[in-house]
Design a protein around this ligand. Structure first.
Ligand SMILES: Nc1nc2c(c(=O)[nH]1)N[C@H]1C(S)=C(S)[C@@H](COP(=O)(O)O)O[C@H]1N2
Ligand SMILES: [Mo]
Length: 226
């Protein structure tokens, strides 16, 4: 072996070892911060854990861009919806007086909230962009109760790792890890552009997650599962 190829051999070998132990360290860090993705044991195991944990550690406090009031879109685009169930129409006719947001799972006090109660809780608003993976977007002002407030109020247990949320449209549901669930911009939206949230945009209650693509902002939510 010539000197040069031996040196290359040595550095390549060291690099590989450093890479592997780096992944082990990252996996430990990820476990410590509760950032092990659910499929970490799979084919892409340690690499996925490293990528996910690094991304979450770096970005869990970053804010989605907020816009100026003058940048609110004049014609926000409501995405096409499958027909809403009869149950929804009954709620709509009753002014959503009996609509409840149920909270189940790892809560010290599993409970449910009416729309009026949610509207009476401390709220936050932001002017943010909602972007569909299909390519269009709009900017609107959203107001609602921070999801973190609800999680505190129901006493989410410390071992809670994810929040699943379900729509009255039963094939629409999604989930957030705790970095997004506790994020100050993540709202259970009750208002849009200064009015009660219109049905086309998910009224009476919609999850609004400005750091994520539009599909995570599920409309007509009825249930949170911790
Ligand atoms: N219940 C429900 N929530 C939903 C959807 C839906 O069809 N039903 N579409 C999602 C998708 S793919 C996007 S991009 C946004 C669109 O939000 P908008 O109608 O306010 O533009 O809502 C999301 N939430
Ligand atoms: Mo979308």
């Amino acid at each position: 072996m010539s000197k040069i190829s031996r040196r290359r051999f040595l550095t390549t070998g060291l690099g590989a070892v450093a890479g592997i132990s780096g992944v082990a360290v990252a996996a430990k860090l990820a476990a410590k911060y509760g950032l092990v993705p659910p499929d970490h044991g799979g084919l892409y195991g340690p690499g996925e854990t490293l990528t996910y944990a690094a991304q979450r550690l770096l970005t869990r406090h970053s804010l989605a861009r907020e816009f100026d009031r003058s940048q609110i879109s004049a014609k926000p685009l409501a995405n096409e919806l499958a027909p809403l169930p009869d149950e929804f129409k009954r709620h709509e006719q009753a002014g959503f007086a009996d609509w409840r947001l149920k909270v189940e799972g790892m809560a010290a006090v599993p409970t449910s909230f009416s729309v009026a109660e949610l509207k009476s809780f401390p709220s936050r608003s932001h002017i943010t962009e909602i972007a569909c993976e299909e390519g269009w977007s709009y900017v609107a002002e959203w107001k609602g109760v921070p999801l973190s407030y609800i999680l505190d109020r129901v006493g989410a247990l410390p071992q809670t790792r994810y929040v699943v949320y379900k729509s009255i449209q039963t094939d629409w549901w999604d989930s957030l890890d705790m970095a997004d669930a506790m994020h100050p911009q993540t709202l259970i939206a009750t208002h849009m552009n200064g009015a009660h949230l219109p049905v086309g945009f998910g009224g009476p209650l919609r999850m609004r997650v400005p750091r994520q693509l539009g599909y995570k902002s599920v409309k007509f939510i009825t249930t949170l599962i911790l």
